[in-house]
Design a protein around this ligand. Structure first.
Ligand SMILES: Cc1cc2nc3c(=O)[nH]c(=O)nc-3n(C[C@H](O)[C@H](O)[C@H](O)COP(=O)(O)O)c2cc1C
Length: 242
């Protein structure tokens, strides 16, 4: 089986870097989930800090030095990307954006992407959704629904779960969503519902253990909706004159 490449880009500047810590945890969870889905994931991590001078030179000259060219090539060939930036001045960092700027904007089209960010305060947790998500939407990537933000309160000692709780659950959910994007679709989706009395593929929704509610379109009309009553009836209901 051909390996499935998951390329991680981390734009943290700190030593140690909390963005790198989040990136590593996202990568480990995504790798495990992909393996569980029957894939052979191959994870490669790029610390953009190590490429900062090359990125700046590329922005100015249009030339990518070999190390940067290798990173660009890996990202553009990746089956999936995990992108993590620190929050700087209420957005992704300049280094992160500059790296995105040196990519061919068409090269990421259709790629599954998991977004992550770290900040000094949970007040800027929306950066993943209001800054990173639009950027990757512009690149026409397939962004997984869960984006993961981590603030200092999310971290405990040695990268363990912090006082806020819930970070590992968010990481797991995001990783599972990324793996689902990578895993091949089953040959017969919904095959377990395709035969037998009362099976109507795509016409209902699950409401609990084994129960099925009819889809909205097939539910009987409810006679008590206001639009089904005459004006006189509504007036009578309101005034109690009946
Ligand atoms: C120049 C600069 C600007 C920052 N601006 C913000 C900000 O607007 N909001 C925020 O929550 N944290 C901000 N921070 C804090 C960083 O986002 C936070 O420390 C981050 O986790 C650092 O990631 P790293 O350890 O991977 O470098 C800023 C830090 C720096 C150095």
């Amino acid at each position: 089986m051909e390996a499935t490449s998951i390329v991680v880009i981390s734009a943290g500047l700190g030593v140690p870097s909390s963005s790198r810590l989040l990136a590593d945890q996202l990568a480990a969870a995504a790798e495990r989930r992909a393996r569980e889905a029957g894939l052979e994931p191959l994870v490669t991590v790029y610390e953009l800090r190590d490429l900062a001078v090359d990125i700046a030179n590329n922005v100015v000259t249009g030339y990518a030095a070999p190390r940067l060219a290798e990173a660009i090539d890996a990202v553009e060939r990746a089956d999936a990307i995990i992108a993590v930036s620190p929050v700087f001045s209420a957005s992704y960092s300049g280094l992160f954006k500059s790296f995105i700027d040196v990519l061919d904007p068409k090269s990421l089209q259709g790629k599954p992407v998991l977004l992550g960010a770290t900040g000094g305060s949970e007040r800027h947790s929306m950066v993943v959704d209001v800054a990173m998500r639009p950027l990757f939407a512009y690149l026409r990537t397939r962004i997984v629904p869960t984006a993961v933000f981590a603030a200092p309160m999310d971290w405990g000692r040695d990268g363990a779960e912090g006082a806020n709780g819930g970070l590992s659950a968010r990481i797991e959910r995001a990783a599972a969503e990324l793996a689902a994007e990578l895993a091949p679709a089953p040959a017969h989706a919904g095959a377990d519902e395709g035969s037998g009395a009362g099976a109507h593929a795509g016409s209902g929704e699950r409401s609990g253990e084994g129960t099925r509610r009819p889809a909205l379109a097939t539910r009987p009309a409810v006679a008590t909706r206001p639009e089904d009553k005459s004006f006189e009836d509504i007036l009578a209901d309101l005034t109690g004159s009946r």
